[in-house]
Structure formats: C-alpha cells, structure tokens
Design a protein around this ligand. Structure first.
Ligand SMILES: O=P(O)(O)O[C@@H]1C[C@H](O)[C@@H](CO)O1
Ligand SMILES: Nc1nc2[nH]cnc2c(=O)[nH]1
Length: 294
C-alpha cells in the first residue's frame, strides 16, 4: 500500500482512468501530445477523432485557463494513433503538482511511447523574436529549487525509479529530426533551440527576474511543461518539446512593453499553422523509423 493511494493521482487512480478511456477508443495511442496556450489546433489534424471533455472523464482535472479547451482527443495521424490534450494544467490553477502531471501517467498506461509538448513562452534570449519556435534542449525547474517536484512523495516503482536521470530528458534524435524537418519546410528563419525555465506563475516576471533568468542560462520562460517532462521521463516515455515565443521578456526599465495573455494567444494564432505542420511532419517521420519503437 502506498501512502498516496487514495490521493486521486496514485497508480490505481491513473489505471482506472486509462481503463475507462481504453474501453471507449478503438486503438491504444502511441504518441501523446500536450497543447500549450492557444495551440489547441494541433488536434484538428487527427482523423477518426474520439473526443472527451475533461469534465466527462471520471477524476480527470479540469482546465480553467482561457485558450485551453479542456478536451482529450484521440485520433490517427498518418496511420499513427495519437492522443492530444487540448488544454493542460498549471501550478497557478491551484492543483498539486502531482495532479497537473497525472495525464502523463495516464498516457503511459494508455500505451503512449513518445510525448510531444508545446507551450507559449516569453523570450529571454535577445536573439529571439516573437513568433520564433524554440526546440527545447534542456530545462531549469525553478519550483524544484523550492522542493516543488512532481515526484515528491513515496516513489511507485511501477512507474519508475526513485532518482530518475534528467540529463537526457529531451530526446536528442527527435531534436535533430525536428531541425531537419524545419529545414525542409523552409522554417529555419524562425526555428531555434534553447533552455526553457519554468516558474509558478500566474504573474509574469519582473525585469529583475528576467535579467536573472537570462544570466542563469534560460532562453525562454514559462509556466508549464517541465513538470510534465519530469513525470513522462520517470515512467520511461520519450520526450520532445517546443516553445512558441509569444512575447519578449521585458529586460529594460525604459521599455513600455507589458506581457499579457491576449498577446500570448494572438501570437499562438499567427504561428499555429506552421507549428502544427512541424509537429505533424515530425510524427509522420517517427512512423517510418523503427529505431523509435521502445
Ligand atoms: O500552457 P502554456 O505553458 O502554453 O501557457 C502559458 C503560461 C500561462 O499559462 C499562459 C500565460 O499567457 O501561457
Ligand atoms: N512566465 C511566463 N510565461 C509565459 N507564457 C507566455 N509568455 C510568458 C512569459 O513571458 N512569462
């Protein structure tokens, strides 16, 4: 018996949700996709869709943020069964970090091998422009420095080891492949790579905080993804992640710019088609390479 059983996010609870979903979909998904703010259109490319509102899935958390539809969409992309979260959960919504990452464990129990995550983020790297897409090569888990880590608590070996490695969190072959795809699609002008730093939100950063994060080595700052990545890696799924740079982090006291959620959603709209094309092409490529099977 694990002390967190009955918490709402332990192994048995995840298994029950996965079984409930599997009874209602024709195929186990191999790829799990998490859509960032304003990027929910990724699910539209799936054929033979079976869609669930989060509110209809027993014990699933609910989306509370504008730009996160709160739907789980199963479907097929070029023969590859996928599941797509249109809407994710954030620390600032008030959920425990174990609850916001529970969908990763449900993905695993559904049969997902590769997780692709997207997010909206502020650009700290001064070479980045609004509308750039950053392939995440590494992360800084700022809440983790204060003890907020989704693996805190008793470890359940059925998911993974007590002390998982994170130096290989972001799959290097998928990063390489994404650069190749970006080049073929003519996207190299706006596809970058870098380090994503997560903060708790919901307030955006001060100028001093942005300057500090930049000096620490972060290229982009956001409020999500890292916790999901930690849990996905803990249970052995391969991870690829992208940030859409929706705004430039304000680093200068003379600047009149102010970060706001409307700009974040608007940039998502403007770049979403290309971001979706990049992700869909990448998934299609994965299909043709058996090395990617676990
Ligand atoms: O879910 P993501 O990380 O894309 O959402 C970002 C962070 C905040 O939730 C919101 C701020 O505009 O967008
Ligand atoms: N923390 C944070 N999250 C974001 N999401 C989109 N833009 C930003 C930003 O500037 N800061």
């Amino acid at each position: 018996m694990f002390p967190d059983s009955g918490s709402g996010y332990g192994y048995e609870e995840c298994k029950a949700i996965a079984s409930w979903l599997l009874e209602r979909v024709p195929k186990r998904p191999l790829v799990g996709i998490v859509c960032g703010s304003g990027l929910g259109g990724l699910a539209d490319g799936l054929k033979d869709q079976v869609t669930f509102s989060y509110s209809d899935i027993p014990n699933f958390p609910q989306s509370t943020v504008h730009g996160h539809a709160g739907k789980l969409v199963f479907g097929i992309l070029k023969g590859k069964p996928c599941v797509c979260m249109q809407g994710r959960f954030h620390l600032y919504e008030g959920y425990p970090v174990q609850k916001i990452t529970q969908p990763m464990r449900i993905f695993k129990l559904l049969g997902v091998e590769t997780v692709i995550l997207t997010n909206a983020a502020g650009g700290l790297n001064q070479d980045f422009k609004v509308g750039d897409v950053m392939i995440i090569k590494d992360h800084i888990n700022m809440p983790g420095f204060a003890g907020i880590n989704p693996l805190t608590g008793p470890n359940d070996d059925r998911f993974g080891v007590r002390f998982p490695c994170m130096s290989d969190a972001y799959d290097r072959e998928l990063q390489h492949m994404a650069h190749e795809v970006a080049s073929e699609l003519g996207y190299t002008d706006f596809v970058r790579e870098g380090v994503y730093c997560v903060l708790g939100g919901p307030s955006f950063e001060t100028i001093a905080e942005c300057r500090m994060l930049h000096r620490l080595g972060a290229d982009a700052v956001g409020m999500s993804t890292v916790h999901e990545v930690i849990v996905a890696r803990h249970c052995g799924m391969r991870v690829f992640a992208l940030s859409l740079i929706t705004n430039k982090a304000v680093m200068d006291y003379d600047s009149q710019e102010k970060a706001n959620h409307e700009e974040v959603l608007q940039t998502g709209k403007e770049r979403s088609k290309q971001l979706e094309k990049l992700v869909c092409t990448l998934i299609t490529r994965m299909e043709h390479d058996n090395n990617y099977a676990h």
